[in-house]
Design a protein around this ligand. Structure first.
Ligand SMILES: Nc1ncnc2c1ncn2[C@@H]1O[C@H](COP(=O)(O)OP(=O)(O)OP(=O)(O)O)[C@@H](O)[C@H]1O
Ligand SMILES: [Mg+2]
Length: 369
């Protein structure tokens, strides 16, 4: 069996948004008669419905947050400036950029992952060395990377964690964004200038914890519109998001028991309190330095469900939650683990409900407890 067949034989753990929601996109496209910017797969209205949902059309809500943020993001993408989504870790910046690209271009896979080792080759283009040696620099020997592809095909290019790239690498976006052209000096004549087609733009993300946007050159900053993505403010909204995401993740992991609502309530409360440093009844408490984002809450809810099901054949309990919390909370430093223990000792006794009692009793499950 060839490697390609083996690769296609398995089920993708997480197909891209345009595949996960192919039927919704097809339905929106079919009913979309509003004007759309040149090169776009959908109108702004249909793209917005894809992201924030539309009950009448049977479109699910995929991003929870202020719909006006989506409008501004879409408008930015229709202009000649890029869009930069900034915010705390785990606030769904990457998810939003994926959904925007899927809506605007029907393709979210032209993605550059930024990091300390990102090079211009991975952003612009490189060469197939066998062909380069045999026939020199030609269009055939050129291997386009996401930016060149996006410009040539008129699509959205995603640039994840842009501020983690070295500054000089970030700056290779300057002329694609301002002049809408990329030079490939090795190619002769007209082929050496790639002009961006309608529909091309860039969505970058940056989180405020690792390296802030202060590290970006001001020349590049000017070529982006900034949008801040905030954590979910409302408890019930966050709870229902965690519930639906965890249910889906568990289903995909082969767990047939849905997560218990009372356990999820405890989980989301715990996350919010450890994130904000204030309990539901208003007591001040220690915050953790680890990131206690909604994205982390979803992944802990998934782990709790897996633990319950595969270890005891039941939905995850509050005791499973304590075991799973240790791995999230104690990531950054040992002090966080001590804070978590104090939280379980001091801030769970006054609450009613058997899950809170279980949570308190299970504090001995913490490592070193
Ligand atoms: N407002 C939200 N709407 C929908 N999902 C959300 C929201 N906030 C958090 N999530 C959850 O978080 C996950 C997305 O996290 P994502 O990786 O996109 O965050 P991020 O902001 O890019 O984080 P990082 O800064 O660590 O890269 C989603 O799959 C979802 O489960
Ligand atoms: Mg991200």
């Amino acid at each position: 069996m060839s490697a390609a067949v083996e690769i296609s034989a398995g089920r993708a753990q997480r197909p891209p948004a345009e595949v996960r929601h192919a039927d919704e996109l097809a339905r929106l496209r079919a009913g979309d008669d509003a004007p759309r910017p040149p090169g776009w797969a959908l109108s702004l209205r249909a793209a917005r419905a894809f992201i924030v949902g539309d009950a009448k059309l049977g479109i699910t809500r995929k991003f929870v947050g202020d719909p006006s943020l989506i409008d501004r993001a879409l408008v930015s993408l229709a202009t000649s400036r890029g869009l930069l989504l900034v915010g705390e870790p785990g606030t769904a910046k990457s998810l939003l950029s994926e959904l925007l690209a899927a809506a605007v271009s029907g393709d979210s896979t032209l993605t550059i992952q930024g990091g300390a080792a990102t090079t211009e080759d991975q952003i612009k283009y490189s060469w197939n060395y066998a062909l380069l040696v045999s026939e020199g620099p030609t269009e055939r020997s050129l291997v386009p990377a996401p930016l060149l592809r996006g410009m040539a095909q008129g699509r959205t290019v995603r640039f994840e964690e842009i501020t983690r790239c070295p500054l000089e690498v970030q700056d290779c976006l300057l002329s694609p964004l301002s002049d809408r052209v990329m030079a490939v000096p090795e190619l002769p004549g007209e082929a050496g200038m790639v002009f961006a087609r309608d529909g091309f733009n860039i969505i970058a993300t940056a989180n405020t914890r690792d390296r802030g946007v202060n590290d970006m050159s001001s020349a590049l900053k000017r070529r982006f519109n900034f949008e801040t993505v905030f954590p979910i403010a409302d408890f019930d909204t966050e709870l229902s998001l965690v519930e639906s995401e965890a249910t889906e993740l568990l289903r995909r992991s082969g767990v047939t028991a849905p997560p218990r609502r009372d356990v999820l309530e405890v989980l989301v409360t715990t996350f919010r309190e450890l994130r904000t440093g204030r309990t539901a009844r208003g007591d001040e408490m220690e915050r953790l330095s680890a990131v206690m984002s909604t994205a982390e809450a979803v992944s802990v809810a998934h782990a709790v469900g897996l633990r319950g099901w595969f270890l005891h054949g039941a939905p995850g309990s509050a005791a499973d939650l304590v075991s799973c919390l240790a791995g999230t909370a104690a990531k950054d430093n040992a002090e966080d683990l001590a804070k978590l223990r104090r939280y379980l000792e001091q801030h769970t006794a006054w609450r009613t409900g058997p899950q809170w009692r279980d949570l308190r009793d299970a504090r001995r499950e913490l490592p070193g407890g």
